[in-house]
Every structure is written in C-alpha cells, then in structure tokens.
Design a protein around this ligand. Structure first.
Ligand SMILES: O=C(O)CCC(=O)C(=O)O
Length: 273
C-alpha cells in the first residue's frame, strides 16, 4: 500500500523545542481518516490471525513471517511505519539517517487492558549510544479512563537510565519496572489523544499507563526509529535477554528508511530471510 507517497509535514520550531525540552511532543498533525480506518481494520485482522496472542502487547506486527511471540504480522504495518509525514517529523528530531528497528501494538481491551508499568524504554533496548524516537499512533481516543499514556515531562534530560526491577506478574504488559523512588507521579502528564493523533517520545522519557478499566478499547501502534549514528547491538540484546528481557533481539530485522548507516555498524541483512 502506498500511503501518501508525496505528502510531507514539518513540526513547528516550538514543537521541536518542546520535544527536546520535555522529552515528547504531540504534533499538530493527524492521520488522514481513511488511513486510520484502514489501520483499525488491520488491527482486527491482526487479532484474528493471532488468537493466541493477547492484544495488550503485540510485538512487531510489521514482520510478516513470525515476529516475536510467533506473531503473524503483515507488510501493511511496515507501510504504516513508513508514513512520510511521520518520518518527516522524526527526521527533524533525530536527523536524516533513520532506521526502523521495532513496532508494537499496545491494544488494551476494554475492562481488562493491562497496566504498563513506569519505565524508560532504554532499559529494554540494545542500542548504543541509546537513542530512539517512538511515534505512538492512537487507533482509538485515549483518555485517563481507558489507560492513556502518561509521562514525566523532562525526565529524559539527564540521559541516564534509572533503577528498574523485574516483575513478571501477569497484570503488567511489560516486565521492567522503574523504582518508585526514581520519579514523582504527581508530575505526570496524561496524553489525551483523539484517534489518529500521534505522540512522539524520547528513549529516556519516564512513562507508563494505567489499566483499561473503561468499556472502550485503547489501542496504539508505536514505531521505533533510531538514528543510525547509533548501533543496534545484538550482543547487548543477548545480554539483556539473559538478564530477563523477554524479547529476542538477535534476529530482529532493521530497515533503513532514510539516509545511510552513519555509524557503519548496523546489520540490515539479519532477519530478512
Ligand atoms: O501504550 C502504552 O500504554 C505504553 C507504550 C509504551 O510504553 C511505549 O510506546 O514506549
């Protein structure tokens, strides 16, 4: 599917400054309604194709041939990760050399959708130096009632990974949990989004989300974009897995979406066969 091949969009200077200062931005842009409808239908198809995988955390739907969790994905999710307006905005934030290295649908079902514990993404990822901009696309309206994303503004600034502990309990959608003395929940900001809106956040930003206690679904599709000045280091991935990270990064395919491999260390062949 060719989504808006010729479209482009630029963040304002104020939006770029907000991202760098606060660690996130909710741009003044939204998905065209037809693309949103299509994405919602593709989410239904993804769930139907994967009855054994809970929809709270469906990892790498963009990899058609069995991603993590044995997920049967579909190429259309890669098309969504290539939406030019989103890449334009990401380019303003992380530069012109961009690799896609991951995607996830966090599709919290009504009533039972799980908590995403407070965490920093960098705790989970084998990228050095740590860098990634995550684009979280709302498939549904997201509010505090259905468990919207919550962040601690400015918590990315020290570029420091804070203390996390592992918790494999079933009520959590992720298992690395930030120590409560590492943040002040009173500072949290809710990302209230309408379906089709997007938020962009930095790899060091402290964030999480509450369970979905409402009768409305809260699904988001997040795409992870890395500047290729960083290295997606599969050996670090192996070490993270040995420490309890549930995801295998050793065979994860990377896609170079813009520019070149600036650090020269990234392997774009692994996992594509
Ligand atoms: O969708 C959520 O509630 C959590 C998303 C998240 O942690 C992320 O995109 O990094």
């Amino acid at each position: 599917m060719n989504i808006h091949a010729s479209a482009s969009h630029r963040l304002s200077d104020a939006e770029v400054a907000h991202y760098h200062d606060q660690g996130y931005v909710i741009p003044d842009w939204r998905l065209p309604p037809a693309v949103l409808d299509r994405m919602r239908a593709d989410f239904e198809a993804l769930k139907a194709a994967n009855p054994g995988v809970g929809s709270d955390n469906m990892i790498c739907p963009h990899i058609p041939a069995g991603g993590v969790q044995g997920l049967k994905g579909a190429g259309v999710w890669l098309d969504y990760a290539r939406i030019p307006e989103i890449l334009d905005m990401v380019e303003q934030l992380i530069g012109p050399d961009i690799a896609l290295w991951g995607t996830t649908v966090f599709g919290k079902p009504p009533g039972t959708g799980k908590r995403v514990p407070w965490h920093q993404d960098g705790e989970y990822w084998p990228i050095r130096p740590l860098a990634t901009c995550s684009a979280w696309i709302a498939l549904d309206d997201a509010t505090p009632e259905n468990g919207c994303l919550r962040v601690i503004p400015g918590s990315h600034k020290q570029q420091r990974l804070r203390a996390h502990a592992q918790d494999d309990s079933d009520e959590l959608a992720l298992n690395q949990v930030l120590s409560p003395d590492e943040y002040d929940e009173a500072e949290a900001v809710d990302f209230v989004l309408q379906a089709g809106q997007v938020s962009l956040h930095d790899v060091y930003l402290v964030h999480g989300s509450e369970p979905n206690r409402s009768d409305r679904r809260r699904a988001g599709y997040v795409c992870r974009y890395m500047p290729t000045t960083s290295h997606f280091d599969r050996e670090i991935g192996r070490a993270l897995q040995a420490k309890g990270n549930l995801v295998d990064f050793t065979t994860r395919p990377l896609w170079l979406l813009r520019g070149t491999d600036a650090c020269g260390l990234n392997d774009f062949r692994v996992g594509h066969g």
